[in-house]
Design a protein. Structure first.
Length: 319
């Protein structure tokens, strides 16, 4: 019996969302009085023993040419074998793109109850009850998992990464790796773009920018700070920016080290998706804007004056 955490990676680097899942899985294992083990498929450039710092005791690293590219069918078959061989009772995924494909498939294969969109550790005082987001984040539900085996997909940025001093044992396993039924011919990634949910710095703007033609000053600050771009919901609803940039209760949840919000009022639904940011900087011309209550630093002023000055100052500091 153990907790098994799927460790997702991209371009050779472990995703921040997976570090959250590992931290979650490790705390869950401690709660259940069992061990936390990770499984990583494919090639990475990182030292996997260092994942012990997030509380995982062992990491199974499986390499095979058929695992070089993410393939939900192949990964599901391999992970099911890993779960069986290691006797995993609870499987933890991040509820990101790969987790959304793998967690349901694994739950069917392992006849395990599934909770996707989990936002906190289960209550195990009387059964196994997991709190999850429902209705696109508009409400929460507590779900009791009644099967012996369980699969949890943890919402991105819903859990804080814990860092300690542990070292994980890195091991392999003998599994049957099937050939994929599809083949990746090429991959095309728009260069220089930072993934919003994983970003350490996010620059976001709202209706205070007046229109899409004014986004140049937002993009310039984002470029200077190596930041991802975000926006409030009405901005995406009005098609000023793509919906993939909309943050908040019904959009992407983020937890960067720095969140700069320009011309955003700070409605509760917006705050719901950004309040895990470490440092929040708010620029708003209205000193009564609610966002200032959540801000670490507040600038009362016109975004059209402040943003270019902010960018200039960042460039000066960076040299
Ligand atoms: P506004 O409320 O119009 O605020 C614009 C701000 O810009 C004002 O504070 C104003 O003082 C300031 N401003 C104007 N001009 C300037 C200037 N020149 N310089 C500086 N400041 C200026 N919203 C989200 O963002 N994310 C969500 O996920 C989300 N989900 C929702 C879910 C539900 C069920 C509902 C009902 C609403 C949701 N909303 C969400 C909408 C939310 O309630 C707010 O309406 C929205 O966040 C407001 O966006 P805004 O701050 O850009 O615009």
């Amino acid at each position: 019996m153990s907790v098994l955490i799927f460790i997702d990676h991209t371009s050779g680097m472990i995703k921040k969302a997976s570090r959250e899942a590992i931290s979650y899985g490790a705390q869950l294992a401690a709660q259940l009085g069992t061990t936390a083990e990770g499984v990583l498929l494919g090639n990475v450039a990182e030292d996997l023993s260092a994942l012990g710092q997030h509380g995982v005791q062992k990491v199974y690293h499986l390499q095979h040419t058929n695992l070089d590219h993410f393939d939900a069918q192949v990964y599901t078959k391999v992970l099911a074998q890993v779960a069986d061989q290691t006797g995993a009772q609870v499987l933890v995924f991040s509820n990101n793109t790969s987790g959304k494909a793998l967690a349901p498939a694994l739950s069917v294969r392992l006849k395990a109850g599934l909770v996707s969109g989990a936002v906190s550790l289960p209550d195990t005082s009387n059964g196994f009850v997991v709190k999850k987001n429902v209705f696109s984040g508009k409400a929460f539900a507590n779900v009791a998992v009644t099967t012996e085996r369980k699969v949890i997909a943890l919402n991105v940025n819903a859990f804080t990464i814990t860092t300690g001093t542990g070292t994980a044992e890195v091991a392999s396993l003998n599994v049957d790796v099937p050939a994929p039924k599809t083949r990746v011919i090429s991959k095309d990634k728009s260069s220089g773009k930072v993934t919003l949910s994983e970003a350490e710095v996010v620059v976001s703007a709202g209706r205070g920018l007046k229109g899409p033609e004014n986004w140049g000053i937002v993009e310039e600050l984002a470029t200077a700070l190596d930041a991802a771009l975000a926006c409030s919901r009405p901005v995406a609803d009005a098609h000023w920016r793509p919906h993939s940039e909309h943050v908040g209760q019904t959009g992407v949840a983020i937890a960067p080290n720095l969140y700069v919000a320009a011309g955003i009022s700070g409605a509760i639904q917006h705050l719901a998706g950004v309040n895990r940011s470490k440092v929040i900087v708010v620029i708003n011309k209205d000193p009564e804007a609610p966002f200032f209550k959540a801000a670490d630093y507040g600038i009362v002023g016109d975004v059209f004056e402040i943003l270019p000055k902010f960018t200039e100052a960042v460039k000066k500091v960076k040299g």
